[in-house]
Design a binder for this molecule. Sequence first.
Ligand SMILES: Nc1ncnc2c1ncn2[C@@H]1O[C@H](COP(=O)(O)OP(=O)(O)OP(=O)(O)O)[C@@H](O)[C@H]1O
Ligand SMILES: [Mg+2]
Length: 301
Amino acid sequence: MLINFLLKLNDLDIEVLRYIISNVRRGKEYVLYRNIQSRTRAPQKKLDESLAKLTRLRILVRHPSNPEYYRPTFRGVNVYAIHVLIRKGVIKEILDKLGVGKESEVYLAKRENDEYAVVKFHRIGFTSFKRASIMRDYGIYFQRYGWIYKSIVSAEREYIALNELSKLDCLVPKPYGYAVNAVVTQYIEGVELYKIKDLESPTSVLMDILATIRTAYRDAGIVHGDLSEYNVMVSIDHTERGYIIDWPQWVYRDHESAEILLRRDVEYIVRYFRRRYNIKINFEVAYQYVTGVIDHFEKTS
Ligand SMILES: Nc1ncnc2c1ncn2[C@@H]1O[C@H](COP(=O)(O)OP(=O)(O)OP(=O)(O)O)[C@@H](O)[C@H]1O
Ligand SMILES: [Mg+2]
C-alpha cells in the first residue's frame, strides 16, 4: 500500500523528494547529488542515509551509468502526491485500490468530512497512444520529456477540464483538488456503462451523456475526445445517471481535431445505445443537438 511507504518517510526524506520532483516538473528528469545536497543543506551522513533509504524503497532510482544522479519512480511521485494531498487537507486518508487503468491507478480515499473520494494517479507509459494529440500540441520538445513529466501534465489537464465542467450543469465527477500527478474527485458510486447488462432507463442515461457533451462543447468549449461506454459511470444509488469520466485528453473547440473527436465521441455513444438497447437515434441529429443547431430531438424508430 502506498500509505505504508509514506509512513516510513521522515522530514528530510520528504524534502529530498520534494526537491527532486520540483525538478521533474521543470523538465529535468535526473537530479545531481551535489544539487540535492546544496538545496537541502543536510549533513552528508543524513543525506546519504535518506538517499539510500529512498532508493531501497524504490521511491528514487539512480542513473544506470551515472550513480550521482537520481530520479523519482512512479511510486515516489505517487507517495509524494499523497503527502501533499493530506497536508493540503484535500483527503484525510487513502483506502483501497479501485482499479488500474491503461494510464492510471485509481484509489478510494476519505475526506475530512468522511465523504468518499477517488484519487486518480496518472501514469502515462509506453503503451498509451491515445494522448498523441496532446503530445503534438505541446510541441516537439514535449516528446523528449519523461513519462513522469507527461503524467503530471496529464493530471493538470484533467483537473482543469473537471473544474470548468463542474461549474456548469455537467454530470462529471466533481474535482476536490490535485497534486503532482494525482487528481482527487467525487466518488461515483456506480458501475461502468459497458458492464451493465440492462439499464432500467437507457434513454435517460443516453440523454444525460449527450446533455453533458453538449454543455461541455457549447458553454466550456471542451471536447472529451475519448468517449465510449468505458468512460461512462452509471450511478446506482436511486436513479440511474450517466457520468462522463476520464478527461485528460480533452481539447478545446477550436483545436484542429476538435470536430473529428466530437463526431467520434457522439458516434461511439449513439452506436453503443443502438446496439445494446436498440435505441434508434440518427447520428447527424444527435450531432446537431450537441453542437446546438437544434435544441430538442425525437428518437427515430
Ligand atoms: N470518480 C470515480 N468514481 C468511481 N470510480 C471511478 C471514478 N473515476 C475512475 N473510476 C474507476 O477507475 C477506472 C479508471 O478510471 P479512468 O477511466 O478515469 O482512467 P484510465 O486510466 O484512463 O482508464 P482506462 O485507460 O482503462 O480507460 C474507471 O473505469 C472506474 O472504474
Ligand atoms: Mg478510462
